[in-house]
Every structure is written in structure tokens, then in C-alpha cells.
Design a protein around this ligand. Structure first.
Ligand code: SAM
Length: 443
């Protein structure tokens, strides 16, 4: 049994009253494991017939499933193909409740490691823009990797304190704040969080959260919507932050969230529309979620897709990817496709803007891993499609050279597992020189 801090227990007793013992008992039960299907690559229906895992639906996320720990989906090549993301079930709710329209400009304020950003990207379906940010550069690198593996293309990834993004006043249609918090809802999943709870109290996080929400409110367009979430139970970090937001932004409304079985409403009259998830009431860990709107919605968006002609380089002859609503840009030998938006990135720590297509090296073009992950098999002509039980799949993911003599291709080939791209390799006379990036390697 985990040893919980006395002060935390007394707060929880006060909060839960006669449910407190049920909450404590939840620590004796196994935690739940979740994965979320990447609908940019495969529908949940197709995934269910393809995946060799025992899956059960998560009621509050249409593409979320519980899996059995022993099935080890993180070890399967489909994971490397970006077909799904492993995510704690209750953490699927915040991005799920944020309504996103095609063409929206969306900010994820505190995005790393990227579970929720990934779902926001799915909802945008490579239209509009996802500006995914995290204060920490090392965590923002993980965020980029998450989005890149998923095949997200309409992205900016930055490493900024959200307070430094004040130039973006009234800019975003939708904002997600998955705030840094004391993590009380994760004690069963990550008992080491108890130590950091002892270091910083709820007031410490509440100060940070107030700053983040007031900055985000300025960046939200009039009529725009925002989700505020934490994985903690403290009223100081949850309902009090929403009440603070209502105070500083009088036109703000708290919108209702569709309730699944076991969801509990917010604690105060002004925050009844918020939801609280508790590990003794749902199959998942703890979370708090609020859906907010700044005034009334202004106009319905009209999204038009404009296809852009591809560059003349020989590599692009084999590529049938529909580049749209953006422009090509070469920076330091790297070629990007950047979504068209009036977002001024000058002076910001930007890890990625748009889709990195590849790099010119010694006069030749080398396609990137980001491009491989953005492609569907039919969008590139030179394909090496291996079955998931072919030993060459793991060899490829371990960056080894492969014999692919039965495939009639030369030059850059897209290596796929059961039709889903993994990365590029360069084929010469039946031998594939591996171009899979070392930092993506199978472990
Ligand atoms: C709860 S985690 C986010 C988890 C993420 N939304 C996901 O689903 O994977 C909170 C994140 O906020 C970041 N953070 C803390 N203070 C911040 C600030 N002032 N501006 C931007 N990010 C911040 C932390 O580095 C941390 O990665």
C-alpha cells in the first residue's frame, strides 16, 4: 500500500466524505492502461480488426481503448508506425471535449509529452494550425517526436513560457491548458509524484495556474473556446482557478461537458458544469476538466482547401502527397512545407514549423522521417511493404541494413509494415541502406 501524506489524506476526507474509503481502496486495485487510435492513419474500426491486442472501449473517448498490460503495445511495430498513442484513460478527456473545426488555429499551452496535442491534431485533420508549446526545451523535443510520429503536419512546436507569447492577443480559435499541477490524481499510477507534492503545496501550483490561465485568456479570440484541465483534486488548483478566470474575464462562460458514468460535477455553483474524475468512480486515474467560452461565437468558419504545386526536384516525381494551404520554404538546406498563417515566430524558441520534408545534402534530396510518417502508402510510388511478422521489420526499426531483393525498387523507398509507413531507406541492387533515425530506434 502506498503511503499518502497525512495532510493530503485529511484534504481528501473533507472532499470525499463517506466516499473516502472507496477512494483509498482504489489504491489496492490495478491501474488501467489506455491507448488512443491515431485516426489520421487508421479508423478505430479498422484498428480493432487489425490489432492483436485485447481492447475495450473507453466511454468518454470515441477512439480510446483499454488494453491489457501483458499485450505490450509499445513493443509492436504498429506503435512505431504511429497507429496509436499510449495514454492514461482519464487524460483522454480534455482534448476530447474541446470542439475543433477544420481550419481552426489551436494553441496547446503546456503540451509535452504530447498526448493531448496528438488528439487535437487528429481533430484538425491536418487543416488549420496546431501551435504546440511547452516551457521546457527537452520536453518540447518529446512533444515534437510525438506529433511527428503521429504524422501531424500543420504544426508549430515551441519551447516558451506561455507568459512570453503575449504578442498573440486574440489569435487562437481554441486553446488547451493542461496545467502543471500537484498531480494528486496520479498517485496510484506514479507514486513518485507524492514526493513532489510534499515539496510544493497546492498554493504554489495555483499561482502558476492563475498566470497561465490569464495569459491564455488574452490569446483566445472573442467567441473562442478553451479547456482547462489538471490531474489533481485540490479545489485550489481546479474550481478556484476557474472562478478566478471568471473574475478577470467577465464575458467567460463555463460550458457543460457530456457526462459519462462516474463523472462528478464541479464543487461550486459557478463550476457545476466542470467534471471531476476519481479513480474510485471511473476506470482511470484522477482529472479535472473545464470547458470555457469567451463571449459568444462570432462567425462560422469556411474552410477551403487549396492544393499547392510540388517542387521540381526528381524525388517529388514519386510523391503524390496533397500539399495544401501552405508554402515551401528552404532554411539551411532543409525543405519545409509551412501552413499559411499570420503567426509571427520571430525571436521564439521554435523546434519545428510545418512539415520538415527533407534535406539537400551534397546536391541530393534526402526525405525526412517526418515526411515518411505523414504519408499514406499510396502517396509514394516506391514501397517496401513487409508483414508485421517479417523479421526485417524489427531489423529496420533497429536501424539495420536489409536485403529487399524481391522488391523491384531503386533509390529512396518507403518501408511499411502491413501498409503503414515506418520510414525511408535507400535501395541499391536489392540492399536497403537504413535511413531510420537513431532517436526513433526500436528498444
Ligand atoms: C501536465 S503536463 C502536460 C501534459 C500534456 N498536456 C500531455 O497531454 O502530454 C504540464 C506541462 O506544462 C509545462 N509547463 C509548466 N509551466 C509552463 C509555462 N509557464 N508555460 C508553458 N508550459 C509550462 C510543463 O513543462 C509540463 O510539461
Amino acid at each position: 500500500m502506498i503511503s499518502l501524506p497525512e495532510e493530503f489524506c485529511s484534504n481528501m476526507k473533507q472532499l470525499l466524505k463517506d466516499e473516502y474509503d472507496d477512494y483509498l481502496s482504489s489504491f489496492n486495485e490495478n491501474r488501467y492502461y489506455g491507448l488512443r487510435v491515431n485516426t489520421d492513419k487508421i479508423s478505430s474500426k479498422d484498428f480493432l480488426s487489425l490489432a492483436p491486442f485485447r481492447l475495450k472501449p473507453i466511454s468518454w473517448c470515441s477512439d480510446g481503448f483499454y488494453f491489457e498490460e501483458e499485450d505490450k503495445p509499445a513493443k509492436h511495430p504498429y506503435y512505431y508506425a504511429g497507429l496509436y498513442y499510449l495514454q492514461e484513460p482519464s487524460a483522454m478527456l480534455p482534448a476530447e471535449v474541446l470542439p475543433i473545426e477544420k481550419g481552426d488555429v489551436v494553441l496547446d499551452c503546456c503540451g509535452a509529452p504530447g498526448g493531448k496535442s496528438g488528439r487535437l491534431a487528429n481533430k484538425l485533420n491536418n487543416t488549420g494550425l496546431l501551435f504546440a508549446n511547452d516551457i521546457s526545451i527537452s520536453r518540447a523535443q518529446v512533444l515534437l517526436k510525438t506529433l511527428e510520429r503521429q504524422g501531424a503536419t500543420n504544426i508549430y512546436v515551441s519551447a516558451q513560457d506561455i507568459a512570453t507569447l503575449d504578442r498573440f492577443e486574440n489569435t487562437f480559435d481554441k486553446i488547451l491548458i493542461d496545467a502543471p499541477c500537484s498531480g494528486e490524481g496520479m498517485f496510484r499510477k506514479e507514486p513518485q509524484l507524492i514526493r513532489s507534492w510534499l515539496e510544493h503545496n497546492n498554493d504554489y501550483y495555483a499561482q502558476i495556474q492563475k498566470k497561465i490561465i490569464s495569459n491564455a485568456l488574452k490569446m483566445l479570440k472573442p467567441g473562442g473556446m478553451m479547456v482547462y484541465s489538471t490531474c489533481t483534486f485540490s479545489q485550489k488548483e481546479d474550481e478556484d482557478i476557474i472562478e478566478y478566470a471568471l473574475e478577470i474575464c467577465p464575458e467567460l462562460k463555463v460550458l457543460p461537458i457530456k457526462k459519462s458514468e462516474g463523472f462528478v460535477e464541479g464543487l461550486t455553483p459557478l463550476t457545476r458544469n466542470c467534471v471531476r474524475l476519481y479513480p474510485h468512480k471511473i476506470k482511470g486515474e484522477g482529472h479535472f476538466v473545464a470547458l470555457l467560452q469567451k463571449g459568444d461565437k462570432k462567425e462560422d468558419k469556411v474552410y477551403e482547401e487549396k492544393i499547392i504545386e510540388k517542387p521540381a526536384d526528381p524525388f517529388f516525381k514519386d510523391l503524390d502527397y496533397p500539399f495544401h494551404n501552405g508554402h515551401f520554404e528552404t532554411r539551411k538546406d532543409k525543405l519545409y512545407f509551412i501552413p499559411d498563417h499570420n503567426i509571427d515566430l520571430t525571436g521564439l524558441r521554435i523546434l519545428r514549423s510545418g512539415l520538415l520534408i527533407g534535406e539537400y545534402s551534397h546536391g541530393r534530396f534526402e526525405p525526412s522521417e517526418a515526411l515518411a510518417m505523414a504519408l499514406k502508402k499510396e502517396e509514394y510510388r516506391k514501397i517496401i511493404d513487409l508483414k508485421n511478422n517479417d523479421e526485417r521489420v524489427l531489423k529496420y526499426l533497429k536501424c539495420e541494413t536489409l536485403n529487399v531483393e524481391e522488391f523491384d525498387v531503386e533509390g529512396y523507398a518507403l518501408v511499411c509494415v502491413d501498409g503503414y509507413p515506418l520510414g525511408f531507406g535507400k535501395v541499391s541492387k536489392g540492399i536497403l541502406k537504413n535511413k531510420y533515425p537513431a532517436n526513433y530506434r526500436y528498444i
